[in-house]
Structure formats: C-alpha cells, structure tokens
Design a protein around this ligand. Sequence first.
Ligand code: URP
Ligand code: ZN
Ligand code: ZN
Ligand code: ZN
Length: 472
Amino acid sequence: RQFDLVVRGGTLATAAEVFEADIGVRDGRIAAIGLDLPAGTEEVSAKGMIVTPGGLDPHCHIEELSADGGVHEESFASGSAAALAGGTTAFICFLPQWKGHSLAASAPGYERRALQSRADYSFHQIITDPTPEVLEREVPALAARGVQSLKVFLTYDPLRLTDAEFLRVLATAKRLGLMVTVHCENFDAIGWRIEALLAAGQTDPIAHAWARPPVVEREATYRAIALAELVEQPIQVFHVSCEAAAAEIARAQARGVKVWGETCPQYLTLSHADLLKPDFEGAKFVCSPALREAGENERVWKRIQDGTLGVVSSDHCGFSFATAKRAPGAGGYGQGGATARADGTPAFNAIPNGVPGIETRLPVLFSEGVSKGRIDLPTFVRLSSANAASLFGLGGRKGTLAPGADADLVLWDPDAERTIHNGALHHAIDYTPWEGFAVKGWPSITIRRGEVAVRDGEVLAAPGSGRFLARG
Ligand code: URP
Ligand code: ZN
Ligand code: ZN
Ligand code: ZN
C-alpha cells in the first residue's frame, strides 16, 4: 500500500547519525526510511531542511492546580499549541498531590482537562504526602495505567518531603520499577536565608537568587543521590542550574550510580542581570533553582558537552506577569510566607516560581547549541527527545527516526533568523523571558503522528487530537 505521507529530500538527524533520506509514513508511524521512496498520498518537501524526531519535553507544568487555589494559567489547548509550534510533539506534565489528600482527591478533574491537548502527553505523579494508602494502593494502580514516574520536591512549603518521606517514595519506586525525578534544593537553608533577607529589608526579585545560592542546590543534589544510592533506586535530577550541582551528578555517575541530570534553556542563557531588571521586570525571571551569575551558563554547557546532563526540558510554568505583580501568593510554588511590599507587588519570596518556555525550548537550544557550534545535531536530538524517551519508557516510540516509531517529525530551517517576541508565541502567558532574543534555526513544519500539526507558525492540530501516552 502507498504511503500516506512522504517527507522528501531532507537531512535526517537522529541520536546517532546525520544522513540524507526520505521518510515514508503509514497510519501515523514511520513505515520506511530511504532514498527515492515512491510517491505518498501527501508529499512534504524537506529540501534544505534538517529533519529531527519531534521534541519530547519531559518536564512542564500545564494547567496544574495547587492546593491553595493557584493555577498554572496555561491550558492544555494553549500549552500544547505552543509545544507543537516550537517543535515539541509530546510532553510529560504533572499530576498534583495536595498534602493531606489522597491522589484521587487532589486536583479533581485534572486528567479530563488534559484531554484537550493537541500534542501527545503523559504524567509524572507528584508525591507530597506519601501515606501508606498512597504508596501501597494508589501508586501501583497509577503505574498499571502507564504513569511510570514520580516527582518529589525537597523544597517549597506545600510540597517538600522530609528525607524520611523521600526514602519511602524511593523504596516504593524501586519495588514497582518506576523512575523518580527530584527537585533538589535545601528547604531549611532557603527558609533561613529568606528570613534574614526579609529582616534586612531585601525584597527585590534579585533576592530570590540570594536566598538560594548554588550551595543549597549542591547540598540537596548530593543528598538526593546519596539516599537514592542507599535504596538503589535510579533518579533523574531536574533542572540543574550550576556546575556545583552538576559536579555531584558527574561524581556519582563515575562511581556507577544510576543518576541522570536535566537542565533547561534558562540555565543556559539567562542570569542575575535579568533578575536585576528595573520596574519589577526581574520577577519575570524568578525560577527555582535560581538563575546564576552570567559565567555559569557556559559551565552548564560544558556539562552538556561532557554528557553529565543529558536532557534539556522547559520546566514551562504558566504564571503571567500581570498576575504575579498583583499577588502575593506563589501558586503553590513559593516559600516563607506571602509578603507584600508597599506598592502591592510581592516580595521576592512570594513571586510564583517558574518561567514559560515550552515553545522556545527547542529554538533556543538549536540556535545556542547547534547554530553556535556548541553541540552537534545528534546531541541536539538526544537532549531534545531521545534521552528523555529512553529514561521515561517511550523508547522506540518517541525520540527516534526508525520504522515503527510514531511519525513525529520536525523540519528545521537551519538558516532562518528570527527574533523571539511574545506576540508571536502560542502560549497563554503575557511574557517570554526570551523577549528580543535572536535565534538562528527555526522549526518550520511540525508533524505529529503523520499529520502536519504546524506549518509556518500556524497551528493546524485541533484541541483533543493529542493522545495519552501510557508508558512501560
Ligand atoms: O521555578 C520553578 N522551577 N517552578 C516550577 C516548579 C518546579 O520547581 O519545577
Ligand atoms: Zn522543580
Ligand atoms: Zn518544574
Ligand atoms: Zn517584542
């Protein structure tokens, strides 16, 4: 039978190699890869383009509901449109748990909202309250439904686990064969710093970074690894922001511990200078771990180049600037009370943590990485999809160009020069931290399971056309 679609004449990039070939698609999957494939019902020319697997963003917060009523304003329909427009065909977001609640009673209706996604999606289950009921009954039931990874926080008032609780989660994951992802910062150290800074009258956004310097991330990274080592449970350290934390991961990897590291575009391109922007604009750059001194970006790149950090996620957060400005209240992602300043804007510790970036993740990584010569194309593919696919049980299906895999393809115009402006992005957030950022290389066509989902910035995939990915 004829191909439904042939993507013709592109330069293909996989996690391992770069070569010229056509891709034949049938029933949403790659059916053949080769030169001069016969005509398809639909033809897409990839002349002059680089064809990569669709991006897999394994860490993003979409429409998440926190126990205090805070909402990540991004909806599944808008967030997934943004994902696709930025070359990401699948993402993993989070099922919340509210402390004092079972998993079932937390964020009711959340999975129903996810049905509006245009991109394929899966979940990590957040554990904030690891009761026997949760660990012995609810987590196994979720795992059986294909939710095969857990997320824990070592900081944030409403989310963090004690070491004793973290150990119980690790042991459960080990028993069920799940992956555990960890937010590594020292809760008490940050609380102590916040108190001192507020007492000294420091309330500006930059004080967010002073409250959580690299050492609080390094300590918690080391501790998370040590506890995982004790239990013999693999972990993925989320959003590594600095060399000090990356070095702990590298040391553990060298002694054979199963620990992996992720970073995000914000830690590769942004710094204290952004937090220091006047008129409360610094609030747009409040994320945790915090942005570092300018020189740190290049050290994180080095840890990508030496293989310590194998995944670049967005950690997309849907907090609008206008909302953050009015707060105070950190939508669940804050610490140390909700302090308002004289003009009504929140003190640094009451600004919601996190930046939007699901659409800009891959263009920024392609431009700063591939176009600037810091990484080659196979490394780009590993960072943007392939490594996350193997870590999270989607290997062979996502993150690869091979017969049998889902036909998720991105056609990159490597010469396109663009300047990022929020007005042209598809998310529902009123700013991007990369406003005015120049990039070279742009995803001009995104194909999701054999359908053209985005062409030249126009999103064609309808809400609800994404599928839940049960993972094995
Ligand atoms: O600042 C961040 N990263 N907010 C989102 C929640 C998290 O810590 O991943
Ligand atoms: Zn986190
Ligand atoms: Zn996050
Ligand atoms: Zn602009």
